[in-house]
Design a protein around this ligand. Sequence first.
Ligand code: CA
Length: 219
Amino acid sequence: MPQAGTATVTYRVASAVDGGVIVIEQGGGGTTYGTINVPNTGNWQSWVNISHEVQLPAGNQEIGLIAQTGGWNLNAITIEVETTCMPNCQTGTVVQAEDFYQSGGVQTQTTQDVGGGLNVDWIDSGDWMNYNVSIPTSSTGLYDITYRIASGSNGGSLKLEQPGGAVAYGNISFGGTGDWQQWTTATHRVSLPAGTNQLAIASTSGSWNINWFEIKAVN
Ligand code: CA
């Protein structure tokens, strides 16, 4: 589950007797999410779908199904998560730092960070990268921007702005991480225009590396 919320669970069942009951719970027991009655479908191979809504916690889940009352066959189970963005939920967009359409003064290299790929390195004061981005809708107009940073020196700072610098969205500084491939994240909250847009990351001091940055709407 991307967030705690409502999921619709559908079971494909058949039964030639009355009274079956399925309990869905946390794997290993402890927390019961819901209970549903299995109808008599008239035949052990007459299949119908039954479904109910349950509340599930956020994150990866282990689900257990218990035959509280047996006498049914199960062919399939599907779990559909409702995609409505609840208050305080965040929808994020990750931009790989090496996916700039223009840059000045920087290089790219194979990264040792989680997930592999490339990172941008040799970022010193005055260097910059321009990106085409899709900024998700935010009911507040605010966004948390998280930068995946490494610095084998004393860290640095950057300005998030429109390419060319006509509009500045925010500044953030970060310390050294002890190694050029020792990664950490730094986040600041800024106001951005939603939609297809261009963003620039301009180094105002450094040296530092960046692997990716994430744009999360604050709703
Ligand atoms: Ca990257």
